[in-house]
Design a binder for this molecule. Structure first.
Ligand code: NAG
Length: 429
């Protein structure tokens, strides 16, 4: 008994009896067809809820919530929404609302037909509903949904539509009449904060004829999760319902359709993240080495590991790699002993040298795979630099800095080292 009680509530989630897919990209004033897969219990219905602002002038809203009932395993219906608008689609069978799954916001593409809507005729709902406290839904905190009873037919029904998630029917507690708050009921949303939910109201005339209210559930000032459980509707991970369809005007979409843009963005983000991580790791490794060199000059295994990793690739290039460190560390001592001019600028030189030395580290680090651009330049100058004298390392910093062109501090680093070189050059010859 206990097991069944525990398991049964999860069955509706686990057993998705059927799924559905768009058969074509939704286009302005053209038919949309969807196909069901799996065993649902007819009759079915698809609810189309406008999402986001209206693309028309003055935000004229001509999109009405559509509810299309159908019995077979497919549906074909006209979409009288303007291009560049969005909607969320919920497919249900007779078992429960949202049983077939909810899409994320789908994009309406353009077409040569704009005759299905009047851009000057705003379409209001048949009745309006209100939420108190207004304009918010708070996790596990009761709200009152109410309406003017003279404007509805029958008792309104409220649906919670979660894009890409588990949509649900809002269970009504006993109705009450409150002065200035009409007829309504108290609803405690067992929805975790941060979830996007669109509340859709409808009465006996049609589901959705009372309009919709878009909201991101607030966790509340003192969040309580007492109402949350395994049944709590939320955005479900994984691919959203609806198959493959466009979700933005660029043609990017879900699934395989227009995925190239998404893939490019993902790859770019991933590579960027890896580069950033690599830069951070190199910087940390540099700091470690520097600390070790300061404390005890005996290199430890880790240093050897680092060297072993990089030696085979660039034995010739490594010397510059090392030189910056001893040069930086002894700055105060060596500089004071060798040159008096640098001591006054210690405060400035230290952080600057830090930055510049990390620059070649990072650049050599993640640009080794792409030796075309900077690998050659840095190696050349490094090869020429290390042999001569330490000051020449500073010259490397100059060259390495501007090549990256990413960091703001480079201009400063550029300015200082030239000063050294200028000093050195006249001094040496
Ligand atoms: C569009 O859908 C409507 C309603 O199902 C149907 O009557 C009409 O034949 C469809 N038009 C096309 C071109 O498929």
């Amino acid at each position: 008994m206990l097991a069944s009680v525990l398991v049964l509530p999860f069955l509706p989630h686990l057993v998705a009896a059927f799924s559905w897919q768009f058969q074509n990209a939704p286009r302005q004033c053209q038919n949309v067809s969807i196909q069901l897969q799996g065993a649902g219990q007819p009759p079915y219905s698809i609810l189309i809820v406008p999402f986001g602002p209206s693309p028309l002038a003055n935000n004229k809203e001509v999109r009405k919530i559509l509810n299309i009932p159908f019995n077979g395993s497919s549906a074909n219906f006209p979409l009288n929404y303007p291009a560049n608008s969005q909607f969320v689609a919920v497919v249900s069978d007779s078992s429960s609302f949202g049983s077939g799954g909810t899409s994320i916001a789908a994009q309406v593409l353009s077409s040569d037909n704009a005759g299905c809507y009047d851009p000057n005729a705003e379409s209001g709902p048949d009745f309006v509903f209100n939420i108190d406290p207004p304009n918010q839904i708070v996790q596990c905190s009761p709200s009152r949904l109410w309406w003017d009873n003279s404007t509805v037919q029958g008792t309104p029904q409220f649906l919670g539509v979660i894009p890409g998630g588990q949509s649900f029917t809002i269970q009504q507690s006993p109705l009450s009449n409150v002065p200035n708050e009409g007829t309504g009921f108290s609803w405690t949303p067992s929805i975790i904060g941060g979830t996007t939910v669109i509340i859709v109201a409808g009465d006996n005339r049609s589901p959705g004829n009372g309009g919709s209210f878009f909201n991101v559930v607030s966790p509340g000032t003192s969040p309580t999760s007492s109402c949350l459980n395994g049944m709590s509707p939320s955005s479900t991970p994984g691919s959203p319902a609806g198959g493959s369809y466009p979700t933005s005007s660029t043609g990017a979409g879900t699934g395989g359709g227009g995925g190239s843009v998404d893939i490019g963005a993902i790859v770019g983000g991933t590579v960027g993240g890896l580069v950033a991580i690599a830069a951070l790791l190199f910087f940390l490794a540099f700091l470690r080495r520097r600390d070790r060199l300061r404390s005890g000059k005996s290199p430890i295994d880790l240093v050897n590991d680092d060297e072993e990793d990089e030696r085979p690739a660039r034995q010739n290039e490594l010397p510059p790699f090392y030189h910056p460190e001893p040069f930086i560390v002894p700055d105060p001592s060596a500089v004071s002993s060798s040159q008096g001019r640098q001591t006054p600028s210690q405060d400035g030189t230290r952080p600057m040298s830090m930055l510049t030395t990390t620059d070649p580290l990072t650049s050599s680090g993640f640009r080794s795979p792409t030796p075309d651009a900077n690998g050659s330049t840095t190696t050349r100058k490094s090869a020429a630099g290390p042999r001569a004298l330490r000051p020449i390392n500073i010259v490397q910093h100059d060259d390495a800095g501007p090549s990256e062109a990413d960091q703001d501090a480079e201009p400063e680093t550029i300015e200082l080292p030239p000063a050294y070189t200028n000093i050195r050059k006249p001094a040496q010859p």
